[in-house]
Design a protein around this ligand. Sequence first.
Ligand code: SAH
Length: 270
Amino acid sequence: MPLHEPGARPARAPGRVCLVGAGPGDPDLITVAGLKRLRVADVVVHDRLGAPALLGECRADALRIDVGKQAGRHPVSQGDINALLVRHAAAGREVVRLKGGDPFIFGRGGEEMIALRQAGIPVEVVPGITAASACAAATGIALTHRGLASEVSLVAAHQRAGAAGCDWASLAARRDRTLVFYMGLSQAADIAQGLLRHGRPGGTPVVLVSDGATPRQRALRCTLDCLASTARYGGLASPCLILVGEVGAMADPRAVVLAEAVEEVAKWAA
Ligand code: SAH
């Protein structure tokens, strides 16, 4: 089937929601399946997207609803988003819920899927390229690598109030595990402290990637004992991913800047 069939509507039962992973910000990094769903949707519910160009792929008459957090505006609550999805699908519309990265990696896609199921709305999920894969690829780091890393952990550094928090002992236990921290820029000092306190060596390579896989990408390489100062003085912005592990040493020097200069700034600032 050709990718683009103007005006074509798939012969499906009306009224359903597709949770589509948009990928990390490069519009080329959505899947073919995701793009197909986007191009035929009646309603597209999206966040403050890394890839606004993707919205140009919607049908001209599609209803686009921005539920992302934006300065000066209250974010739409998760409950309200769930209700919105249910309402449009129940009215017989094809709804695409476009989410950054992969819908099921720290994207609250699970909550939306459950709410839709409970309301009796058919749900489909099209996976996306999560930030860990995208940032690793864009900086030349293999998340697993024979002899260096045989495990990967995707960790939410910033958790909701009252959550149990990170199990630092377990995260620090194995040198051959790559740790990828999402939502970690403002938590960098805690990440470093938690891992160092539980025995991860101070010389462990760390790579911080902001706006990964976009033209605005910036990546800094440092070591675990310099993570806090690099995050503080490195001038990186959100969204930012922090990769910790021996595989960080593989980073492509053309894509990643050594954070030594940042260390100098930190010394002056101290
Ligand atoms: N569902 C998304 C993650 C949402 S949580 C996914 O699968 O990628 C939001 C966090 O993801 C950000 O705080 C940041 O840590 C990370 N992130 C998302 N896009 C990113 C990008 N382009 N570069 C670096 N980090 C990114």
